[in-house]
Design a protein around this ligand. Structure first.
Ligand code: G
Ligand code: G
Ligand code: MN
Ligand code: NA
Length: 251
């Protein structure tokens, strides 16, 4: 209850900050996109993980306000980066149930002047399962503006792959659980390669998440498993002001 009151106050004060985790071309030759990750430092408890406070915000019905603040900061920050770098923002399942998100996105793009092609939105695989018709309408409208839609945590949510080809998405972000043991367990590598083949067959761009070691990276490159790599092997989440330098180092 206390956490709810404090979160309400933090949101009202605009105290939710944003960290950015870069995605690189597999060979490290370019920084192409950054995922915006919401951060909240509680005055006494310190950093509260986003999966905790996002869930609290969902219970309180205020997650759309956090989404709006994160999109706004993220688009503003993206405007200060080299032009080839895109920004990827996470949406909550609640954002996808309400057409308000269309208004939020279009007004932030207008205010900040960011080209719609530089904005990506991440929706979890599980949020695509429910209320598919509303979600589909909203995602199709957003894509109509030139925004890119990514399925986050791919591979962890579906009970059935049968409608994957009908989803209004452009990118899959393969969940880090599919990367963890690829060096030790050839069956895990085969599973990952299967997901990659499936995704390529559907013309989806592939981001592999949670890549932590050079050995994992080498296998991903060897078997052409990724268009972009996100993970500690290249970078932790950083502040907006670090992005330009990381981008220059990559070139
Ligand atoms: O930053 P970290 O790696 O701890 O993120 C943990 C989880 O919180 C991830 O699943 C991420 O997608 C989610 N998350 C981070 N920022 C946001 C946000 O702004 N909105 C939503 N809905 N989820 C977020
Ligand atoms: O669910 P989502 O993919 O949005 O979550 C991103 C989360 O993954 C962030 O909390 C980020 O800190 C975390 N993360 C990013 N790279 C790595 C990594 O290489 N290993 C692990 N274990 N976590 C990572
Ligand atoms: Mn994400
Ligand atoms: Na993910």
């Amino acid at each position: 209850q206390r956490l709810k009151t404090d979160l309400r106050a933090a949101v009202d004060a605009g105290d939710i900050s944003v960290a950015y985790q870069p995605m690189f071309k597999p060979d490290g030759s370019a920084l192409e996109c950054c995922e915006a990750l919401a951060r909240w430092t509680h005055p006494e408890k310190g950093a509260i993980p986003p999966n905790v406070f996002i869930q609290v915000a969902e219970e309180m019905g205020i997650v759309s306000e956090i989404t709006r603040q994160v999109i706004k900061k993220a688009c503003r920050d993206c405007m200060t980066w080299p032009e080839h770098i895109s920004i990827s923002v996470n949406l909550s399942v609640q954002d996808l149930r309400n057409e308000l998100i269309i208004d939020t996105v279009t007004s932030v793009l207008a205010e900040t002047g960011l080209a719609p092609g530089r904005l990506h939105l991440e929706v979890t695989e599980s949020s695509l399962i429910e209320e598919l018709s509303t979600v589909r309408l909203i995602l199709e409208q957003l894509r109509g503006y030139g925004i890119t839609v990514a399925i986050d945590d791919f591979g962890t949510g579906f009970s059935s792959l049968s409608y994957l080809d009908t989803l209004p998405v452009d990118v899959v972000k393969i969940d880090r659980s599919f990367v963890r043991n690829i060096c030790e367990d050839v069956r895990r590598l085969k599973l990952l390669r299967g997901i990659v083949t499936l995704s390529r067959g559907l013309n989806l761009q592939i981001v592999v998440e949670g890549v932590e070691t050079r050995e994992q990276l080498a296998l991903l490159i060897k078997y052409n498993c990724a268009d972009l790599i996100q993970g500690y092997v290249y970078s932790m989440p950083v502040s907006s002001s670090d992005i330009e330098e990381l981008s220059q180092l990559a070139e």
